[in-house]
Design a protein around this ligand. Sequence first.
Ligand SMILES: Cc1cc2nc3c(=O)[nH]c(=O)nc-3n(C[C@H](O)[C@H](O)[C@H](O)COP(=O)(O)OP(=O)(O)OC[C@H]3O[C@@H](n4cnc5c(N)ncnc54)[C@H](O)[C@@H]3O)c2cc1C
Length: 440
Amino acid sequence: MRSASRALRSFARLRRGANLSPALRTAFELRPTLAAAGLPRRYAAQAEAGSIFSPTTEHQALREMVRSFAEAEVEPQANEFNKAEKMNLPLFRKLGELGLLGVTVPEEYGGSGMDATAAIIVHEELAASDPAFCLAYLAHSMLFVNNLNQNGNEAQKKLHLPSAVDGSKVCGMCMSEPAVGTDVLGMKTNAVRDGDEWVINGAKMWITNGTLDGETTGDAYLVYARTGSTAKEISLFLVEKGTKGFSLGQKIQDKCGMRASMTAELVFQDCRVPAANLVGVEGKAAMCMMRNLEIERVALAAMSLGIARRCVEDMNRYAKERQAFGSALNSFGQMQRLIAESYAEYQAGRSYVYQTAKYLDLDTVGNGLDADGVKLYCGVMGKNVADRAMQVMGGYGYVAEYSVERLWRDSKLLEIGGGTNEAHHKNMVRDLSRKVDKLP
Ligand SMILES: Cc1cc2nc3c(=O)[nH]c(=O)nc-3n(C[C@H](O)[C@H](O)[C@H](O)COP(=O)(O)OP(=O)(O)OC[C@H]3O[C@@H](n4cnc5c(N)ncnc54)[C@H](O)[C@@H]3O)c2cc1C
């Protein structure tokens, strides 16, 4: 990692107070560092450089920056955009100014040149305020930007990464289809070479950032399509907004959660893209898919961590303040169990996620077992913790004014998107039976 990444230069700029919104300036002026926030020493250490959660001073500074930004700018808008089922595009573009949209991309393409742990930190911190906003971030920064950085050629990276990294374009990735999700290699969308072009036909479903305005597609997508007769002969294509034959299908509304991230069906009808838009090697994109699924799953697990942390904080605070039968709620054993088990499970999940991120090399595949494992554990954990928070907060937990209701709905997606719990069971047992006899 370079010594002064773009994200950290943004952080330094923020600290100097340059170009800050009033809310963010106040947050930076008033906010003590996490380590000095009055926490007992052993808890504060978790926020300091050298901990597994912030291995270097860069990671620590990144966490402080994103947490300050999330508290000052992401938190206040979350309920409003959830209710309106709209994506907050101006706020999303600010992530580009902060150097976060290309967190894992080298500086030569405008990125911050950081590692998997840095990406995990950003997801954890954004999701603690607004998981839906974070999901849009994940689809753009991991599924498109990181994917293209790993699998694209020099010309494709030079052409497409800078505008995605600075936020002027908002992008996504198309793998799932109306009739194919878990069984992804059974996809029907196909591409046929015709002279200097590829002709793509099919439909992709559930695409995050599939539309930004509800009327048109987003700016660009990485699209998986079949280019041969066997299951694994999949190729990857870059398709841009406005390409003939490429259009927005249905906009998916009334989702249970993640309502401030836009989800859509995208349709390819004799959609012609130049041969130069083939990303990676023809017929070999199953490997690109697997590599990108690893960071996607760890990032989704980090989103569950953000949800869980926030829910533990909220239920703890509420149970301390709320009185019943002349005592604080947190004096009742049943409430203590809900809070204590949530805290312990959150901490267990957090250690597993950061341990996995530490060894996740973005250039290779091979972390599948634990990428599935952290998402399986944290998806269930985040949903359970959100459920317990709602229980502790009673009727107040059930209404939108207290964010737990929104987090509870958002948490469910993390047992489905990026691989269902059952897909993780299947993959993990396959990997364990093939590769593991004795555990270290
Ligand atoms: C809000 C949202 C955003 C999304 N964003 C994107 C995106 O940006 N890009 C993208 O490509 N996709 C996206 N997805 C799709 C997501 O990855 C799929 O929904 C997921 O992979 C599951 O596929 P499916 O919905 O078709 O369910 P199915 O695969 O049909 O599964 C239905 C049920 O059957 C179970 N099942 C299936 N096969 C087996 C098996 N072999 N053994 C046991 N049980 C099985 C599943 O676990 C599940 O419980 C998104 C989905 C949602 C809801």
